[in-house]
Design a protein around this ligand. Structure first.
Ligand code: PLP
Length: 448
């Protein structure tokens, strides 16, 4: 009864993010009531393994007592402290320092946000301020990658290169541009890693030329692995090649690690896999493992110094009431303790098992491609392995595949164009991973 009335209340009053509003009115919501480790329980008492860690965010797993305790203690001692007026709180300072210590290279300065979209949005403002402070305000253009996702803020949605975030919203703006994706499975230049890297380098150079040269280009945005675009992994060396090109051209390089940071691909930062140091890194999700909202912008020292010198004694006018919220920071510290106290290591081991397990499904007639790194993976479904013909959305809509997995006790992400996405909590056991693979096999068989 309670669940039914909640479904009605939800239908009538709660607007869901990135949802078909009419579709949702018809389908109604599914209620989640509990979570423990890598498992969640729905409103009907069904236990499901969460193969997507909520929205690729509950990296530490549900119900971690040390995280709950840290939040409770901080709420009791000091529920809020502003960062305005030169004030602050101990957890925020300690978290910034520990993150700076762990981040690659000279990414020594941290600006806390409420999530990923405003982390990206903050970088857009910082980038503009930086070029202005360097006396180069004509560097106005921003470039991102097709299939990229950089949130849905007013400006960030224009860097996102997925049509649902553009149509009807008036973005991208005329200062926002894209180059083709590095997708290895469906790349017009084929699947040779070197050819794909060369194609992306040439595309970026051509785009910069089109925009009147690097003196008009402010920044290039990438995800180390494209997430919402279908979990597209660039060839090894792609990130390093693009980073090098941006450095040569004096274009700021921003790695959007909202999904990939905090153990999702193995290390705390995926950029570490490539040995690169971006000018900015954006993060959120795993930073607080979804227990409370928080994002973080990592700013390199050379960018920080230019902005600080440019502003002099004037305020850099960017900030939010909840930046560096002490409860979120306390949670961030507790989660970081878990990562560094063995969870990253467990995630690495489980990530290898996940990749191997999903790869073992490659022979299934519907599986065109299996890809990923660490605890981030995808299976791309096709009706013909040779032609790579996609599963027709009308025959197997994403919602039906999602429902089928749910019935098998598995939460996964079903992308509309026939991609199954996986991002389980790093605390998974070997049995959890084996269950994800076995249940996926059942879903595939039922989809045949
Ligand atoms: N950037 C990337 C790479 C993301 O994957 C996301 C969210 O999935 C965002 C930015 C936006 O983060 P949020 O949803 O916390 O605003």
């Amino acid at each position: 009864m309670l669940a039914n009335s909640l479904v009605e209340l939800d239908r009538n009053h709660l607007i869901h993010p990135v949802a078909s509003w009419r579709g949702h009115e018809q389908a109604g919501m599914r209620l989640l009531t509990h979570g423990q480790g890598a498992w969640v329980r729905d409103g009907e008492g069904r236990e499901l393994i969460d193969g997507f860690a909520g929205l690729w965010c509950v990296n530490a797993g549900y119900g971690q007592p040390s995280v709950v305790e840290a939040a409770t203690r901080q709420m009791t001692e000091l529920c809020y402290a502003t960062g305005y007026f030169g004030l602050g709180s101990e957890p925020a300072v300690r978290l910034a320092a520990r993150l700076a210590e762990a981040a690659p290279g000279d990414l020594d300065h941290v600006y806390f946000t409420l999530g990923g979209s405003d982390a990206v949005d903050s970088t857009i403002r910082f980038v503009r301020y930086y070029w202005h402070a360097r006396g180069l305000p004509q560097k106005q253009h921003f470039i991102s990658v097709e299939q990229g996702y950089h949130g849905s803020s007013t400006a960030g949605a224009g860097l996102t290169a997925l049509s649902a975030f553009h149509e009807g919203f008036g973005v991208p703006y005329d200062w926002q541009h894209r180059i083709p994706t590095h997708d290895l499975y469906r790349n017009p230049v084929g699947d040779d890693p070197q050819a794909v890297i060369e194609a992306s380098r040439s595309a970026l150079m051509a785009k910069v030329e089109d925009l009147g040269g690097a003196e008009h280009v402010a920044a290039f945005y990438v995800e180390p692995i494209q997430g919402s675009g279908g979990i597209l992994v660039p060839p090894a060396g792609w990130m390093a090649a693009m980073r090098e090109l941006c450095a040569e051209l004096d274009i700021l390089f921003i790695a959007d690690e909202v999904i990939t940071a905090f153990g999702r691909t193995g290390p705390l930062f995926a950029c570490a896999d490539e040995g690169i140091v971006p000018d900015f890194i954006t993060t959120a999700k795993g930073l607080t493992s979804g227990y409370v909202p928080m994002g973080a912008v990592f700013m390199s020292d050379h960018v920080y110094q230019v902005i600080a010198d440019g502003a002099g004694q004037a305020a850099v006018g960017h900030g939010q009431t909840y930046s560096a919220h002490p409860v979120s920071a306390a949670v961030g510290l507790a989660v970081l303790d878990l990562y560094q106290g063995g969870l990253l290591e467990n995630g690495r081991i489980m990530g290898e098992r996940l990749q191997a397990g999903l790869a073992s499904l490659s022979d299934h007639p519907l599986v065109g491609d299996v890809r990923g790194r660490g605890m981030l993976a995808a299976i791309e479904l096709v009706t013909d392995k040779k032609t790579k013909a996609r599963i027709p959305a009308a025959a197997q809509p994403a919602t039906r595949i999602f429902d089928r997995a749910w019935d098998q006790g598995l939460v996964l992400r079903a992308f509309g164009w026939g991609v199954l996405g996986y991002a389980p909590p790093l605390c998974c056991t070997t049995d959890d991973i084996d269950q994800i693979v076995a249940r996926t096999k059942k879903v595939l068989d039922l989809t045949l």
